[in-house]
Design a protein around this ligand. Sequence first.
Ligand code: AP5
Length: 200
Amino acid sequence: MLNIALFGPPGAGKGTQSEFLINKYNLFYISTGDLLRKELKEETKLGLEAKSIIASGGLVSDEIIVQIIEKTITENPDSNGFLFDGFPRTYIQAYILEGLMIKLNTSLNCLISLEVDEEVSVQRLLNRGKTSGRADDNEVVIRNRLKEYNDKTLPVLQFYKDKGIYFEVKGDDSIEEVNANIQGIIKEELNKSLFNLVLF
Ligand code: AP5
């Protein structure tokens, strides 16, 4: 299986790159942001619980995230693996992901972090906000999302650095260049897995 997590601040391009990757590698897409917005739209109990937190740019509780992931993940996906977008965002979520991977008898191959300057993120999201209809794409909330990212999510990178599966990609290059760099990392990881398979 090929399991990837795309990491990075709001507006880094995680969703944009995910679209290419899920088609190219036939991956089962899990975006916790999209799943939460679906719950919100359907006015479910979880959606209503998360509503005010998303609107303010805060992080939804780990308990809610576990519930939406468990609702979505399937033990035998009709795909080559999983692509996680915007998950994990806390240390607890990183451990939850570890548990999930073990339960599915697989492991995360790589966590790819898209690095962009904060002001690039802000500008991109303000532009997206003009057409996306996302209530959290306004400057006050964007800045709070960035603060949450810096305070609570960024430290999680150490977990993946320690595991040796952390990769960094410059996110402010063109969409095509970012995509080519991500694919370069995935190709190397696939070659490594193939090598290990042949060797052992
Ligand atoms: P979520 O939906 O995950 O939002 P986010 O992380 O803030 O990320 P975005 O979707 O805003 O940005 P992106 O990196 O996907 O960028 P995109 O590709 O769209 O989360 C929303 C909220 O849900 C959170 O604030 C939180 O409350 C809650 N939540 C979600 N997951 C959670 C979790 N695990 N735990 C707790 N709470 C959680 O690109 C942005 C724009 O830039 C687009 O217009 C795009 O066209 C453009 N663009 C992209 N790449 C480029 C490029 N290379 N050059 C130029 N423009 C580009």
